[in-house]
Design a protein around this ligand. Sequence first.
Ligand code: F6P
Length: 364
Amino acid sequence: MEQKIKRIAVNTGGGDAPGLNAVIRAVVLCGLEKGWEVYGIIHGYQGLVDLDGLRRFTAADVEGITNLGGSILGAASKGNPFEYPSDTKNGCLKTKDISDKVVENFHKMKLDALVAIGGDGSLSIAQKFYEKGIPVVGVPKTIDNDLSETVITFGFDTAVSTATEAIEKLHSTAKAHDRVMVVELMGRYAGWIALNSGVAAAADVILIPEIPFDIKKVCDAIMTREAQGHQWSIVVVAEGARVVGGTIYTIGEREAGREVRLGGIGNAVAEVIAKCTGKETRTLVLGHLQRGGNPTTFDKLLALRFGAAAVRFLAEGKFGYMVALDPPTVKAVPIKAAISKLKTVPLDLDTVITARSLGICFGD
Ligand code: F6P
C-alpha cells in the first residue's frame, strides 16, 4: 500500500564508502519523482541535533555525483545520539542519550521517513530510532562487506579493486629485492577484503580473522617458496587476523560512542617473519586508501539500485527494513536480521577452496 509521505530525509553514518553519493543521488531523484521533498542530514544525525544541518535537495544538487567518492553529506564515525559525547571528566569522555531530542527534531521538521545509509553500527542506531517511532529504511554500506542478509554491500568492490592493484604493485618490488612484503588490509572482524584481493592479486599467504594462524606455518610457506626458487613472497593480513589463541591488535582505547580501532598485526607478523626466516621484510598498511577514490562501475550501479529501492520500500511502507542484494534482484530484509550477526567468511566458501588449490597458505 502506498504511504502518505511528503517529506523524507537521508543520512549516512560510520565511515565513508565509495558509492555513497550514488545512493544519495538515487534517493533524491526517485523521491522527487514521487513528488516528495528530500532533505539530507549532514554528518549522520548531527544535522538533526542542532537543526542547522538539514539541506533540502533539488535535482541540480545531485547532478554529476554518481562517480564521486566521499559523501556530499559528510560522514560520522562519532556522535551516536544514544551515546552522545557530553563532557570530559578526569580525562575520560562522558556520554549521554540525546535520542529523544533527535526524534523530537525529526517531527519538528515534519519529516515523514528516513533513509539511513550505514554499516552494522549505523544501522543498529537506525533500528533503535525505528523502535522509537521513526519510519526508517536502511541501505547497506561498508567496504568490509560484513552485513548479514545481503550478498554484498556497496563500497566493497571498490575497496577490493584498490587493494588488488596495491598488492599487484608490491609483487615487482618484492621480487626485485628478494623481500617479503606484508600488506595489512581493512575489514574489521571479517576477512572479505583480504581474501578477495589476496586471491585476485596472487598473494602467497592470506591471513584472515576467520582462520586463526600459526606463524610457524606462515614462515614454512615462505621458506618452501625459497627452496623452490622464489626468493620473494607476498603476505596479505586482514587487520582483524590473529594467531591461534591470540587476541586482535587494536590501536589505543575504545573512545566512548565509537568503535575501537584495529591495526598493528601487519608489523607484528612482519617482525616474526624477518626473525624466523632471516629474510628482509617490509610492511605496508594500506589504510584509508581502501575507502577513498571513485566507486567502481559495479559499486556505482549497485548504489543507484539500492537508493532507488529504498525509496520504493518507503513508498510501500516497508519501515524497519533494509535493502539487500539477492541476485538478480534487490529485496527488503528486516534491519534487525541484518545486524543480528556479522557476515564473516565461511570456511567452505569456494574462494577459500580455490585459494587453497592455488597453493595459497592461510597459516592453518
Ligand atoms: O568499517 C570500515 C572501516 O574502514 C574498517 O575497515 C576500519 O577498521 C575502520 O572503518 C576505520 O575507521 P576510521 O575511519 O574511524 O579509522
